[in-house]
Design a protein around this ligand. Structure first.
Ligand code: DAS
Length: 323
């Protein structure tokens, strides 16, 4: 097994070196290609500071990972990805920083210079809208820096889709934010965290991800936050985008985008202060939870209805009074 991995690593390194020497030789030509494509279809992927180094057989653009030495910032928030088994507690507990996680993945050194920010070290059910807002502010501050190409966020899987969607709604700039997580702890057999971090950093460093907002990266697949959901409580390939499928994937050191999400609405609020509750319909639901939310000063209620938005008749008077 070890031989297979090191042989693969060697092949990847050789391929990367070949690509870089080809890049040096072809540079004058590539400047032309870059400005030519800026007029065409690929223009949305090309921004100052990013260089396209070639195309593969299917015409997918290969990314230059050097981006003139720009950094990928790893923002760690916690989750199983950063946990290890504690025999005393008989469960997983926070045990690793973002830096510890990256130290387990030597290949990261070939992708981009990294910087680490320990935002928190919590299990993701403890995430709050306020935490998500603070994370958004921190990320935008990081991405505003000239020396940064993109950022990854390591997170728990339980609320990964909520945080990713929140960040995506508010991320108006071109630099990529890639969220990732793991279903197995850092000390478990065959942890999925190291490969997920490597794929996330590759994506954040890739010109392919520029302008695509936030992407969720697990199991070498990339998903749009508005489409992805956690489908299983234990299986590592739990993140799926039902109906639509992944928007791309990471194949060794290639980042391949197959489609872009359409109609993404983005906002730029100055603060986050309204309380909004989510109420799920059950068969037999009445107005009780709606009345309670209103009595607590809720300024908005999302009702998760049945089918195309149907609700049990017992809820209707409460909804009418609330609006
Ligand atoms: N520990 C849970 C969480 O933080 C699950 C996980 O990360 O997979 O969301």
């Amino acid at each position: 097994m070890t031989t297979v991995f090191s042989a693969q690593r060697q092949t990847e390194t050789e391929a990367r070196e070949k690509a870089h020497s080809a890049y040096r030789l072809l540079r004058p030509f590539l400047i032309y290609v870059t400005s030519f494509t800026a007029c065409g279809q690929l223009s949305r992927y090309i921004r100052p500071g990013y260089t396209i180094i070639g195309t593969n057989k299917t015409g997918t653009t290969l990314a230059a990972y050097d981006k003139a030495g720009k950094k990928v910032v790893v923002v760690a928030t916690g989750g199983t990805i950063a946990m290890k088994y504690d025999p005393e507690k008989d469960g997983l507990v926070p045990a690793c920083t973002g830096e510890d996680l990256a130290a387990a993945v030597p290949e990261l050194a070939n992708v981009a210079p990294l910087e680490f920010i320990q935002f928190s070290n919590i299990a993701s059910p403890a995430m709050t809208p306020q935490n998500m807002w603070n994370l958004h502010i921190k990320l935008e501050e990081i991405l505003a820096r000239d020396d940064v190409a993109g950022a990854i966020v390591t997170h728990g899987t339980d609320t990964l889709e909520e945080t990713s969607y929140f960040l995506d709604l508010l991320h108006n700039g071109p630099k990529p934010i890639v969220t990732t997580a793991a279903m197995r702890g850092a000390g478990d057999t065959s942890p999925d965290g190291p490969m997920n971090i490597l794929s996330a950093v590759r994506t954040a460093a890739s010109s392919q991800a520029v302008g695509l907002g936030v992407m969720v990266c697990l199991n070498e697949t990339l998903h749009a936050p508005a489409e992805v959901t956690k489908t299983h409580s234990a299986y590592p390939a739990t993140f799926q985008s039902p109906w639509w499928g992944p928007s791309g994937y990471v194949d060794s050191d290639r980042v391949v985008i197959r489609r872009k999400p359409l109609n993404v609405v983005r906002f730029a609020p100055k603060t986050l202060n309204a309380r909004v509750d989510l109420i799920k319909c059950m068969t037999g639901s009445t107005r009780d939870y709606i009345d309670f939310a209103v009595s607590q000063g809720c300024q908005g209620i999302v009702i998760e209805g049945f089918g195309r938005g149907n609700v049990p008749p017992g809820m209707i008077p409460g909804i009418e009074d609330a609006v």
